[in-house]
Write a protein of this length. Structure first.
Length: 283
């Protein structure tokens, strides 16, 4: 599921990070795509793909594993049998709990990804003299400058994004599946309803938490040039110096990516889960 998400959405994610961190450099999505292609070539759209793959595979593995455990916790809290189907709202709460665990594996890999994606802009703006163009050089730079804890820059803003965001993510997905099922079992849904449900869930997530993600990207990228203020300090600085709209820079590529990539994510997840369950049942 994580692999499907990255393969379909990486170019839009790259545009998102560039526009979030350096909103004055780009007039819009098309301008960002054209300038990136002229300056770096097609490979520029896939900068940070390796850590993005690691991040998404790690995050979604932990997320969906913990989602199952958190569903059981929710069942205990509401006092129902462990095989009882949860409501869409209860599933949303379970997804929100699960995201807190996923954040711990996501934050370090996303920091490396964001820095690779915005490396060219950091050099253009003069914030750094020479950029690190490989995953290993970025990892080594973080360890040398900040130590292992340097990988958790932006952890608080990542948590602030993930916990409420995944409430809307799983809530939107389950609500959409309920709509398409129309009284039938959700497990009987075909690929198109699953794609649309995943896309709807992803859109709900990003609409709800986009300003938080913008602050997170700035903290993780700009900390290459020196110590950054925390979440509230960065948030206030952006609003005061650039205005509220700066927090929504890069929203267009994000919403395109959210629908396409999360549709692919849930489609791959549901079908791979069913395949694995068949394998288990056959033994």
């Amino acid at each position: 599921g994580g692999t499907a998400c990255v393969v379909t959405g990486q170019p839009f994610d790259t545009a998102k990070v560039k526009m979030q961190t350096f909103p004055d450099m780009y007039k819009g999505l098309v301008d960002c795509f054209v300038k990136t292609y002229k300056q770096v070539g097609f490979r520029g759209f896939y900068k940070g793909t390796t850590p993005a793959l690691v991040a998404n595979i790690a995050e979604n593995s932990v997320l969906f594993m913990c989602y199952g455990f958190c569903q059981q916790i929710v069942r205990r809290i509401v006092g129902v049998d462990r095989k009882t189907k949860l409501s869409d709202l209860q599933n949303a709460a379970a997804g929100s709990f699960a995201s807190a665990f996923a954040t711990l594996v996501l934050c370090p890999t996303e920091l490396v990804k964001c820095r690779l994606q915005a490396m060219h802009e950091m050099q253009l703006s003069g914030k750094i003299i020479q950029g690190h163009n490989t995953v290993w050089s970025v990892v080594k730079g973080v360890i040398q400058k900040d130590g292992p804890l340097g990988f958790y820059r932006g952890l608080s803003s990542t948590l602030l994004r993930e916990v409420p965001g995944y409430f809307f993510f799983f809530g939107g997905y389950e609500l959409s599946r309920t709509f398409f099922a129309s009284g039938r079992s959700k497990d009987e849904l075909g690929p198109i309803p699953l794609l649309l449900s995943g896309g709807f869930g992803g859109s709900c997530l990003w609409i709800a938490v986009y300003p938080v993600d913008c602050v997170k990207s700035r903290i993780q990228v700009l900390s290459m040039a020196g110590k950054q203020a925390g979440f509230m300090g960065t948030f206030v600085t952006v609003v005061r110096t650039e205005g509220v709209l700066a927090l929504y820079s890069g929203l267009t590529p994000t919403m395109i990516r959210a629908f396409v990539a999360n549709g692919a994510l849930f489609l791959a997840y549901e079908y791979s889960r069913k395949l694995m369950m068949k394998q288990i049942d056959s033994y």
